[in-house]
Write a protein that binds this ligand. Sequence first.
Ligand SMILES: [Zn+2]
Ligand SMILES: [Zn+2]
Length: 277
Amino acid sequence: MERSPVWLALMALLVLVEVAWRLHQRRGYDGRAALATLGLMAGGIPFALLNAVVLGLVFEATWQWAPVVWPLDSLWTWITGFLAVEFAYYWFHRASHRVRWLWATHSVHHSPHELTLLASFRLGWTSLISAGWIVYLPLVLMGFDPLLVFALLALNLRYQFFLHTEAVGRLGPLEWVLNTPAHHRLHHASNTAYLDCNYGGTLIVFDRLFGTLARERPDEPLRYGLAHRPRRDNPLAIAFGEWSRLLRDARRSRSPRALLATLFGPPDRPATPGEPT
Ligand SMILES: [Zn+2]
Ligand SMILES: [Zn+2]
């Protein structure tokens, strides 16, 4: 993803403004969590570089097989491509919550107990192995240039930066179509009532279409962080915690069928009392 200095400066400024806002509102700002996020960001740089190289090669190789090409200089291509990428992102994100092999990476993003702009950068290091990116390959086979797919995904991620905050309330009619801070706060809540909802990236329409949209209830205040897991502040423990649990459970599987269910089933299992988490 392109990192222009103006964009980086704007994000850094907004992160600081949000710190001031939270302190002014007496909501507090979790310094240890912020340090853990910064550690995960620094540790993620080599993984991001590796991802860029490997995925660039894979997508370019797939592109050779596309029987048709959507021309990049057509507005229609970008509108259709945007909807196609949003659709694929919805399923990538939904699978990231419902398949343990993908959740092992995505759980990192859901580990903060406080929802802040900085927390949007808390991302797993192992997306190459979890391979959720496979959902975007059919778009390339349908004739969408990998450049378009990567550009639209970058836009999607930039947009989502603004969703990770408690400083913005509901946004009226925009809530019908767009993913908003209110929708995404619910997505990050680990209350049982709110698990597995609001998967959209820029748009919320696919959640409406596929029945995964939820709204905050007045009797159920949001609680962030991972369900059934203790808080961790060590970047390595956050990055590999779910992988170590997954591998431990895989080793305990007694049949190939049980092994497949462990690796690719849903990550619902609460830790049994007494076992290491
Ligand atoms: Zn998620
Ligand atoms: Zn998020």
